[in-house]
Every structure is written in C-alpha cells, then in structure tokens.
Ligand binder design. Structure first.
Ligand code: SAM
Length: 294
C-alpha cells in the first residue's frame, strides 16, 4: 500500500479496523517514513533472499521488505492485526502472514517449508518485552540464517554492540559475540513511533558466523561461566565463579592461576578467548569429577 508509513494513513487504517494498542504486546508502531526503507535496505535482502519478520504490526516494514526480497514471512501474535495486514499487503504475492508466537514457533521447520534453497535473513522491529529472549532464540537454535537486523531499545542495542571486555559489555554482549558479529546501524528517536515509548531506539545488525567465534569444548559450560561471572558483576571472578559454579574458592583460584588470569579480575574485563579458556578448564574439571564418581 502506498503511503503506509504516513501517520495520517496509519491512523485512518487503525480507526477503520477499530484497533487499540496493546501495551503488553509491545505495540509501538513506526510512523517515521524514513526508517523502514533504511532498515529494509540495510538488512541484506535482495531478489534471491527470504526474509522472516517478527511482529509486522500493520505491515509498514513488511511493505518495504516485500518490494526488495524474494519472499517475506511475517509472524504476528495479535490476531486482531490479520484483517489489517490483509488490506495493507494485498498487492504483494510474495508475503505470507503466520499468526503465531515467535517464542513458540518451530523456525527450523518454517525455514525448510517456506524458503527452500534461499538465503534467509531476519528483519524486525522487535516487541521490546521479549528483545533478549527472541535474539537468543534466533542465535541459539543455529538456524540457517545469514543476519538479524532488529530495532531494539537504544540501551539494549548499545549493550549488545559494546566491546567485550569493557564496562559497557554484559552477558548478552558475550552471548551475541559468541554467535555473530554485531554492529549498531542507526538510532531512531522515540517520536518515530505511535504511541511514543519513553526511550529512544536503535537498529542493530548481527551477522551470523559459520561457527562459534571461540573454540570451546562445550557451549553449555561456556554459557554457565558467562552467567556466573556476570551474575555478580561487581565481584571478582574468584567470588562470582565459586558461588555461581558451586566450587570452593581454592579450586577456582587454581584454575585462574593456571590460566594466568588474576583472581581479582571482574567479568566485564574478560575477553571472549578468556571466557573460552576458563570454560575449557572447567569442562575438564567436570569430566574428571564425573569419571571419579563412576
Ligand atoms: N513492525 C511494526 C512496526 O514497525 O510498526 C510493529 C512493531 S511492534 C514494536 C511489535 C509487534 O510484535 C506488534 O505487532 C506485536 O503485536 C507483535 N508481537 C508481540 N509479541 C509477539 C510474539 N510473541 N510473537 C510475534 N509477534 C509478537
């Protein structure tokens, strides 16, 4: 539909369908006409590409994606938006709307069924109440996708794109950097949405790596270390790891000493490869304990 990102057109459509916003579903719709074309252009989609969109709302971004991609599959949880999307996307034959919860849907199956032999990317203005769980689901499931381009709250975007090993980084920064190479693309002001949220947003792009960016014996142990280390980020590793992993301090300290990592280091000072070597030592220790118990 032409002029869909025009605020007058959006208000007209919403009132025609008697639509009221759901705060619980994170419904802040984009009304700044410059944002969606830019997101679509920067997400890496072209005429050979399939795009998964999460939460199309009334289809503002979907419209732009449909113009440039081979096919768009948009997952929308709110049933009330289906008749709206039917109207706003009626001219596109390459768009499919699936009424489902992104956290419950089987994305491997969806990609197999909808995008056979296609390069696939994700592009979405995410509902903010599930930003981290959605990003982690998309990364952890090892989906055959090349990149995620998502709008998130500015603070979350800055944290995700921070450098690992600096004060601005956190557990999510490390997790994202394990699977991908993150980049902050551009900022979007709160006034670009209806209703306007309290905070500004930004668009980030995560380019998915073929394999984890560090060599680990077990990703489960790697993430256990990351979680424990950041669960008490102001504490030293010696303290946070011993309480998080359930080992005595002496055991943790001897691991750190062996790896030449000072005991008073904090989680936010560790680089990716340091998390990895700690995780690999803990993995060996756990195997030893397991074998001794047999
Ligand atoms: N893409 C639209 C835009 O940019 O104007 C709407 C974005 S709005 C921030 C988030 C959208 O995600 C809403 O349409 C909401 O109904 C939908 N949504 C919320 N939770 C969802 C879930 N668990 N699964 C799929 N869609 C969801």
């Amino acid at each position: 539909m032409e002029n869909l990102s025009n605020i007058g057109t959006i208000k007209e459509i919403l009132s025609k369908h008697g639509f009221t916003f759901s705060k619980a579903l994170g419904q802040n719709f984009l009304v700044n006409p410059s944002v969606c074309p830019k997101m679509a252009e920067m997400c890496g989609a072209d005429k050979e590409t399939g795009v998964i969109e999460i939460g199309p709302g009334i289809g503002v971004l979907t419209n732009e994606l449909a113009k440039i991609a081979k096919k768009v599959v948009a997952i929308e949880l709110d049933k009330r938006l289906l008749p709206v999307l039917n109207e706003t996307l009626s001219e596109y034959k390459n768009v499919k709307i699936i009424n489902d919860d992104v956290m419950k849907i089987n994305l491997h199956q969806l990609i197999k069924d909808e995008f056979p032999d296609m390069k696939v990317v994700v592009c979405a203005n995410l509902p903010y109440y599930i930003t981290s769980p959605v990003i982690m689901k998309l990364l952890e499931e090892n989906l055959p996708i090349c990149a995620l381009t998502v709008m998130v709250q500015k603070e979350a975007g800055q944290r995700i794109c921070a450098e690992v090993g600096t004060r601005s980084g956190g557990a999510l920064t490390v997790a994202v950097n394990y699977y991908s190479s993150p980049k902050l693309l551009f900022n979007v002001s709160a006034g670009s949405f209806m209703p306007a949220p309290k905070v500004d947003s930004c668009v980030i792009r995560l380019d998915i790596c073929d394999k984890p960016t560090v060599d680990v014996k077990s990703s489960k142990v790697f993430f256990k270390i990351v979680k424990s280390a950041f669960s008490q980020r102001r504490k030293t590793l010696s303290n946070s790891l011993s309480s998080g992993l359930g080992y005595n301090k002496q055991t943790v300290n001897s691991i750190l000493e062996k790896l030449s990592i000072p005991q008073n280091t904090r989680a936010e000072q560790l680089k990716m490869d340091e998390f990895a070597i700690i995780a690999n030592e803990v993995y060996i220790l756990e195997k030893e304990i397991e074998n001794n118990g047999k």
